[in-house]
Design a protein around this ligand. Structure first.
Ligand code: AMP
Length: 174
C-alpha cells in the first residue's frame, strides 16, 4: 500500500478551472485508484480513531465522498451540510461571503445532539471560508467540534487562520 506522503503526485492539477488563475486540485484521479483512496481514508482514520467522534459532518459535494468513507471506518454517524434548498426537513442556515456575492449552507435541525462530538471533513482547505461557515452552523446545533480534517490543504492560502481555535489536520499539503 502507498504511504500518505506519496499521494500528492496522484492528484491532478487542472489549470484555469473553473476560472482563469485557479489551479484546480482534481481528486478524481485519487478516488479512481483503489490503493490511493484507501491510503487517504486510512490516513484520516489514523488521525481520529481515538477522538471518540459521534458524527462526521461533511459538505457537498466532494466532502460527502471523503466524509462517508471515513464515517464508515470510524463507526460514526454521517451528517450532511448542503447548499440552500436541498435538505427536505427543518434546517439551520448560515450565509457567508464568497469572492463575489454570498452563499448559504444548511443543516437539519435534528442532525446533531447537543454537546455531541463532531468531526468536520472536507476535500480541500483553500481560503477556509466554507468550513468557517460550517463551524458557525454547528454552533447553532450546540455541537462540540473536536476536529477539522482535510484531504488537501493549500497552505499558501492560509485557510487555517479562519479556523483558529480548532484542531485542523490535513493529509496532503501543497
Ligand atoms: P474555501 O472555502 O476557499 O476553503 O474552499 C471551498 C471549497 O472549494 C473546497 O472545499 C473545495 O471543494 C473547493 N476548492 C477551493 N479551491 C480549490 C482548488 N484549488 N482545487 C479544488 N477545489 C477547490
Amino acid at each position: 500500500m502507498k504511504k500518505a506522503n506519496m499521494l500528492s503526485s496522484i492528484i491532478r492539477d487542472v489549470p484555469d478551472f473553473p476560472k482563469k488563475g485557479i489551479i484546480f486540485k482534481d481528486i478524481t484521479t485519487l478516488l479512481q485508484d483503489a490503493d490511493s483512496f484507501k491510503t487517504a481514508i486510512d490516513a484520516l482514520y489514523g488521525q481520529y480513531k481515538k477522538a471518540r467522534i459521534d458524527s462526521v459532518v461533511c459538505v457537498e459535494a466532494r466532502g460527502f465522498i471523503i466524509g462517508a468513507a471515513l464515517a464508515y471506518k470510524l463507526n460514526t454517524g454521517l451528517v450532511l451540510v448542503r447548499k440552500k434548498g436541498k435538505l427536505p426537513y427543518k434546517t439551520y442556515s448560515i450565509t457567508y461571503a464568497l469572492e463575489y456575492g454570498t452563499d448559504t449552507l444548511q443543516i437539519h435541525q435534528d442532525a446533531i445532539n447537543k454537546n455531541s462530538r463532531v468531526l468536520i471533513i472536507d476535500d480541500v482547505l483553500a481560503t477556509g471560508g466554507t468550513i468557517a461557515a460550517v463551524s458557525r452552523l454547528l454552533k447553532k446545533c450546540k455541537a462540540n467540534i473536536c476536529g477539522i480534517g482535510f484531504l488537501i490543504e493549500l497552505t499558501f492560502l492560509n485557510g487555517r487562520k479562519k479556523l483558529k481555535g480548532y484542531p485542523v489536520t490535513s493529509i496532503i499539503k501543497y
